[in-house]
Write a protein that binds this ligand. Structure first.
Ligand code: UDP
Length: 240
């Protein structure tokens, strides 16, 4: 898509990790990645220095890989080390979580140990709604309550599993285990696209050999050296 002439317009929306601006092209948005970090439903707030830069670098690389492998994403171009140009989507307000290994809320909810490798990936759905604290949904909640049409949900599930296969293989080849991750999808011109970001904020990433944690759990649980670990994992996953 030609975008040499696109200019930044009004702020459309400011989220926890990104600012989104309209552009001179109604089909495109300008996403600026911030260093702000939140956890535990916004109760914990902080800054991860240069997180925006690491998150742009990893999102760009993962979106390009997925587009190449047949999963359409909203990525259009990289505008600076903190800014992406993306396709404007009607976001389906459903967060899709894919889990390969037990960690985080699945351990708490079902009382299981951390680090159990599942026989097959588990897909979970959550309503994107801060006020309601992102309640878990089943497939009927998604379609019957109107959060996404059945045909779009089917495509989202198919893409979520494809993303899992593509990224798990890519990351493992670079020594990183993709434990779990969260995706958001939207539609444009009747087609489903992967939106949002793919970053250490939205994925759990462990060293495949040692189990060392390279993701936002370092911030959530005050494990220290957060910036260094973001930098290291992004370097591993974007170089070579
Ligand atoms: N996740 C996310 N945004 C959310 C909730 C979860 O990006 O609002 C990601 C999280 O980083 C992890 C995966 O989705 O990689 C599964 O998260 P989980 O349900 O275990 O929730 P957590 O315990 O991390 O809050």
């Amino acid at each position: 898509m030609p975008n040499g002439d696109v200019t930044k317009g009004e702020l459309l929306y400011e989220g926890k990790a990104k600012k989104i601006y309209v552009t001179s092209d109604p089909a495109l948005l300008w996403a600026e990645f911030k260093d702000d970090a939140t956890a535990f439903d916004g109760d914990k707030k902080g800054t991860i220095v240069n997180k925006g830069v690491y998150n742009v670098a990893l999102s760009e690389a993962m979106f390009k890989l997925l587009d190449e492998k047949g999963v359409p994403t909203h990525y259009v171009d990289t505008l600076s080390d903190r800014e992406l140009l993306v396709r404007r989507l009607d976001i389906h307000p459903v967060e899709i979580v894919v889990r390969n290994v037990s960690a985080g809320s699945v351990c708490k909810r079902y009382g299981i140990d951390k680090g159990i490798t599942f026989d097959e990936p588990i897909i979970e759905y959550f309503l994107k709604n801060d006020e309601l604290h992102d309640p878990m949904l089943n497939r009927q909640h998604v379609t019957v309550l109107g959060y996404a049409p059945a045909d779009a949900l089917e495509v989202m599930e198919k893409y979520a599993l494809a993303v899992n296969e593509i990224l798990s293989e890519y990351m493992l080849a670079r020594g990183v285990r993709l434990v779990d991750f969260k995706l958001e999808f939207g539609s444009a011109d009747g087609k489903v696209y992967l939106g949002d970001e793919i970053t250490p904020d939205t994925c759990r990433l462990w060293d495949a050999e040692t189990g060392e944690v390279f993701d936002k759990d370092r911030f959530r649980h005050d494990m220290g050296e957060v910036e260094d670990h973001y930098a290291a994992v992004v370097k591993l996953l974007t170089e070579g």
